[in-house]
Design a protein around this ligand. Sequence first.
Ligand code: SAM
Length: 327
Amino acid sequence: MTISINDTTQYHRSDGASLGWEQTISECLNDINSPYMNALKTRRVYGDTISDLFKANSLLKSNARVLEVGGGYGRLAARLLENFPDISMIMADVSPVFLHRQKELLSRFGARVEFVNSDIFEYISICDEFDLIVANEVVGDLPAIVDIRKSDLIEFFESEKVPEGIDEVGADCLSNARDFIQNLKIDIDDETNIAPDIINLNTGAMEFISMAMEKTPALWVSEHSSDYEIPKSMSGMFRDIGLDKWPKKIVLFNHNEVSICFDHLKRGVKNSGYQYTGGSLMELLNVRTDDEIRFVLLSGSIANENHEIIGEFLNHVKEYQWLLVQR
Ligand SMILES: C[S@@+](CC[C@H](N)C(=O)[O-])C[C@H]1O[C@@H](n2cnc3c(N)ncnc32)[C@H](O)[C@@H]1O
């Protein structure tokens, strides 16, 4: 195992980029008639739920400018443009394939939307200010340091020397990992969340949040998390709960993502003096918690296709969190 940076840009720049095998929540809940809607108390398209949250936080006043990074097939943007008729949006995406899909879906909004094919780190360093930046299921794609052996990290901490057998890239990663851990005051021996033998760190996600907050008073982030908690209303309803809360590599078609430790991001946000609210996406989506759902999740017995869809969806969405960062 070699310490390295997980990088998805080559995959996203390729013709093969697709959301077909990723099952993003915004895709699952993009149609009121989707079978995934059976998992919600009230059928509501994802982009409308997020619009409600933005409204409740008075985020999008008239003529607001919104940047969405990594907009995928453009579903969330379509609902924002519909629900806030005065706003304009810039869609920035590294993937020509996804950007093409966004253009197709959003063409009916005309000059209210612009499209930029760029890596987000490049674009955000040169762009103007926005009233809101949206990063929905994107930060897990951003560079992350992966495959650090905990024993190597401890040796590096203690001796300041790079352990034998680690190449130049690994040595750089190790020193960045040390800075990340020290800046965020993370205790790798914390008994309530002891680090695993192989450590991954969301360095790119943290860097993106810092850069984005220089350009906006408000930032929306949602992602597959490693430190999710099951809401009280659903406690005891899930069988597979992760053991430690550190970021995990998620193997997907032709690329890997890394789940996000929201506690680490929140520490960074707090260090920079920003405020945040956030929580479980299951609560925000208002998923069902009734006896049928309890049965589907706990019995493992699938009585029909609908049960299978609900069970798979809830087991997936349980791991998602959201964060609204504000200056
Ligand atoms: C998992 S998809 C999420 C799509 C969409 N937001 C959704 O929720 O369905 C990740 C998106 O981020 C984009 N992306 C990944 N890395 C990026 C980068 N470095 N800069 C800009 N966009 C990036 C991908 O092309 C894709 O559109």
